[in-house]
Design a protein around this ligand. Structure first.
Ligand SMILES: [Zn+2]
Length: 124
């Protein structure tokens, strides 16, 4: 691949519409781009079809080229999108940890609030 030659990977993802969505990843020089024909993609929002493929999730893939999903991250490496993808993954992991902590603290508070007082102690 020369510096000016673009590399393209295309996938079809089954979403909520009857027709699968077309997802296209392009790499040219140090720029990575990805488009999707779904509603969110048409509005320039980060849709799950692109994030699923970036995460290696092929459960909605209907184009039969699952082996090419493994080529996505190497294709994006060194591009402008690589750090943004890593930051998103870090934030998603931190969110999962925070959700777990929130659940643990909610349960701990419920245990305390619901703990029966010994007989003879005044009720709050
Ligand atoms: Zn999409």
């Amino acid at each position: 691949m020369t510096a000016t030659e673009a590399r393209i990977l295309e996938f079809r993802m089954q979403g909520s519409a009857s027709e699968p969505y077309e997802v296209r990843f392009t790499r040219a020089a140090d720029a990575s781009r990805a488009s999707c024909t779904c509603e969110a993609g048409a509005h320039h929002q980060l849709c799950k079809h692109r994030t699923m493929l970036l995460a290696g999730d092929v459960t909605a893939l209907v184009s039969g080229n699952a082996q090419q999903v493994a080529e996505l991250l190497p294709m994006i490496a060194g591009s402008d999108a690589e750090a943004a993808i890593a930051h998103l993954a870090t934030a998603e992991n931190a969110l999962e940890v925070a959700k777990h902590e929130l659940s643990r603290h909610r349960k701990a508070l419920a245990r305390i609030l619901n703990h029966r007082l010994p007989d003879g102690e005044p009720s709050p």
